[in-house]
Write a protein that binds this ligand. Structure first.
Ligand code: FES
Length: 374
């Protein structure tokens, strides 16, 4: 996830020593950092969270977010990174930093988290594509460790078997947790005995796989595996999240139980909305951003607020554009909006008037937004 630079001004960074650097596949690496006792409380985290790493280059400072792969009960801070190109921040990181070096790392953050329920008997489905396994791995370890009766089914999409990231760790977890943990691989560039596991995951495939493979236990009160699924965790690119999230929702899993983390900007909505928005024109708009006030008139309300502000050239913070990361959070001081998608704001924040500009449509002739008081 890349963020607008102003976002990093609010973060606290600390120097941590790199204690392990391991190549996992051709283009992925695991990094482990030592957290000194003095900083233990700063680096407490929940599964699903990420840190930002400052990566110095000759000309500038790069900020890159990486998901934490260790679980909170483990005493390490481990990250998984993928080198996408020879000039990427990740490439500079693996090339220029060795064990023993220090890096500036932010306190953990992020809301792709799940409440632990050690006394319950849950069924959790995880869907990961490529490096999207990283936050899911932390969840997986934590859930299996903390919840002795919970079952976890992992669906992991990759190009081919050589690209299986964290293969050994996943095999060890399978040995340790037996029937409570099962993995199903999908290889987009490799044939499989069962054609269901070839190519991309579609809604139809997902339905067939879940119905055919997952077995709900006889003493479950529910009647289908979809009914007995408590939570779904998804991480990968936007299109994959959209397919899986909508399919799960269609087959009966409530949206509040479908959690996702986007690893790229996604120009679209994860859940398809059928809401009809009444047309409003000439909307008087006031924005407070980075200490400045802006007044202008929006032509109409048919685009989301963030889209309109970016078109005007305003440097509004954003990352995912899908209501997931929270970077575009602002306070609605006056006016009314429809928040189409929200995977970030808590009910308390919504009550306080917080909205996500990337997913808000204006429903009043006048609007006043403040991006500074969040
Ligand atoms: S840009 Fe991510 S929530 Fe709006």
């Amino acid at each position: 996830m890349d963020k607008n630079s102003t976002e990093h001004l609010q973060q606290h960074f600390y120097a941590l020593k790199l204690t392990k650097k391991e190549q996992l596949t051709k283009s992925t690496f695991a990094l482990e950092f030592e957290v000194p006792d003095l900083l233990k409380s700063n680096f407490q985290f929940q599964s699903g969270q990420y840190v930002t790493v400052k990566i110095p280059t000759e000309n500038e400072m790069l900020f890159q977010d990486y998901s934490i792969t260790s679980a909170p009960y483990e005493s390490t801070l481990s990250l998984g990174i993928k080198v996408k190109s020879a000039k990427s921040a990740a490439q500079i990181l693996v090339q220029n930093f060795e064990v023993g070096d220090t890096l500036q790392i932010s306190e953990p953050t992020g809301r792709f988290t799940l409440k632990s329920k050690p006394n319950e008997h849950r069924t959790i489905l995880g869907f990961a594509a490529g490096i999207g396994i990283t936050p899911i791995l932390s969840h997986l370890k934590n859930i299996l460790h903390q919840e002795p009766r919970t079952r976890f089914f992992l669906f992991f999409s990759l190009k081919n078997p050589l690209e299986i990231i964290y293969k050994e760790t996943l095999e060890q977890l399978q040995k340790m947790y037996g029937n409570r943990f099962q993995i199903f691989y999908f290889f987009s560039q490799e044939g499989a005995e069962n054609p269901l596991f070839e190519g991309r995951l579609s809604e139809k495939k997902l339905q067939l796989i879940i119905n055919q493979i997952l077995i709900y236990e006889e003493d479950d009160a529910e009647t289908t595996i979809w009914d007995s699924t408590d939570e779904v965790l998804i991480c990968g690119p936007g299109e994959m999240i959209k397919t899986v999230a909508n399919a799960c929702n269609k087959f009966g899993i409530p949206r509040k139980n479908i959690h996702f983390e986007l690893f790229d900007t996604f120009d679209g909505d994860i859940f398809t909305s059928e809401k009809k928005i009444p047309l409003l024109e000439n909307i008087e708009t006031t924005i407070q951003l980075s200490g400045k006030n802006y007044d202008f008139v929006f032509k109409n309300n048919q685009e989301k607020i963030l889209t309109q502000l970016l078109a005007l050239g305003l440097e509004v913070p954003y990352s995912c554009k899908s209501g997931v990361c929270g970077n575009c959070i602002c306070t609605l001081k006056e006016g009314k909006v429809e928040l189409l998608e929200n995977e970030y704001l808590t009910p308390k924040e919504e009550k306080e008037g917080k909205i996500l500009a990337c997913q808000s449509i204006i429903l009043s002739k006048k609007i006043n937004l403040n991006f500074d008081d969040v």
